[in-house]
Design a protein around this ligand. Structure first.
Ligand SMILES: NC(=O)c1ccc[n+]([C@@H]2O[C@H](COP(=O)([O-])OP(=O)(O)OC[C@H]3O[C@@H](n4cnc5c(N)ncnc54)[C@H](OP(=O)(O)O)[C@@H]3O)[C@@H](O)[C@H]2O)c1
Length: 326
């Protein structure tokens, strides 16, 4: 597993990290044993960067990570998020409330100070007011957190955060079906030493290539209840693309890939080929997926021709179908 520096944190993180939303049982039940197996497999594969949030399973994901990390000789880098709990969202934001929320996360994670706390898609007006970023700066000085970053939905939010002098990292939606950040955000992030953490690298699993039109998701899975944005931002689930269109686009792209290439490896490798990316936090509902995704770190970069093909396919076929704005 190769490593990269995570922006201003200076942490060396694995190119492939692990997204831990599923460990909150938010996609369907994951037994404790399976949750530990996923985390353990990740470490065995060289993954030492984990992304969670206070709201994943109402704290269950953090709790599981916190319990499990006690068994390790060396703690991995754990990033969590703040800003979407019922106490804060949508209009309960104050420095005291953010601090309380982060302290509860630290307790669940079993750490004195959180490695990286990310604002969790807070409302645009809250973000753009700048106060919340100043509170994070204060909380860093107070030692509640070591570093802070932001997880955002839209590129203009990312660009705004990138201008904050102490912001260490940005978590963005970025994949072969959402490429716009390559031109605007990534150069700015590099200039300002902001580490890029990529979420939804597989567009909620679409880009694994395994789904078909009759793929069934559990009722508890956001890919069922939020597929059209009924519960949270429409741009999030399946990357904002209507599921049926997503399947059609995946099948079309599969048909264009050169022989010997599969869509999952190509999708993850395309992200790693962007040098500004620090880590990809792919989700995994079982250990075998962790192993498969981790292996992409050892694959060679894609050819120039394949990059050009993917850029054209995105521009001509995909971009217009993304709902919720970019
Ligand atoms: N607002 C935010 O800040 C925010 C929002 C969303 C996510 N996140 C973070 O980003 C992480 C990743 O997001 P995500 O899990 O929604 O999206 P994702 O990484 O694009 O998709 C993960 C899904 O893809 C499938 N998959 C993964 N590896 C596979 C493999 N090797 N073979 C076949 N299928 C594979 C699995 O689907 P099945 O379960 O169907 O097998 C898995 O649940 C989350 O865990 C969370 O940490 C943050």
């Amino acid at each position: 597993m190769k490593t990269r520096t995570l922006g201003k944190t200076g942490f060396e993180v694995s190119e492939i990290g692990l997204g831990c939303w599923q460990l909150g049982n938010d996609f369907g039940p994951v037994e404790d044993k399976e949750a530990i197996a996923i985390l353990q497999t990740a470490v065995e594969e060289g993954i030492h960067f984990f992304d969670t949030a206070d709201v994943y399973g109402g704290g269950l994901s953090e709790q599981r990570i916190g319990q499990w990390r006690k068994s390790l000789n060396k703690s991995p880098v754990i990033a969590t998020k703040v800003g979407r709990s019922a106490e804060l969202y949508p209009n309960g934001y104050s420095k005291a409330a953010v601090k309380k929320s982060l302290q509860a996360s630290a307790q669940r994670l079993g750490v004195e100070s959180i490695d990286l706390a990310q604002l969790h898609c807070v409302p645009r007006d809250v973000l753009f007011s700048g106060d919340i970023l100043a509170w994070m700066e204060d909380l860093k000085k107070e030692g509640v957190i070591k570093y802070f970053g932001a997880s955002v939905e839209m590129l203009d939010e990312a660009m705004f955060c990138c201008g904050h002098t102490e912001l260490a990292s940005l978590q963005i939606l970025f994949n072969v079906f959402r490429q716009d950040a390559t031109e605007s955000l990534l150069p700015l992030a590099e200039k300002n030493n902001v580490g890029i953490i990529v979420r939804l690298p597989l567009a909620s699993g679409l880009l694994s290539g395994k789904m078909s039109l009759n793929h069934a998701f559990s009722e508890r899975d956001h890919r069922s209840y939020n597929k059209d944005g009924a519960a949270f931002h429409v741009g999030e689930t399946f990357n904002g693309i209507p599921f049926e269109k997503g399947i059609e686009l995946v099948e079309a792209l599969k048909g264009k890939l050169p022989e010997g290439h599969n869509i999952l490896d190509v999708s993850l490798r395309w992200i790693l080929d962007q040098p500004q990316v620090s880590s990809i936090i792919a989700g995994a509902s079982r250990s075998s997926q962790v192993v498969r995704n981790a292996a992409v770190s050892s694959l060679p970069p894609l050819s120039k021709e394949l990059h050009a093909l993917l850029a054209e396919f995105y521009r001509e076929e995909v971009r217009e179908h993304i709902r919720g704005g970019i």
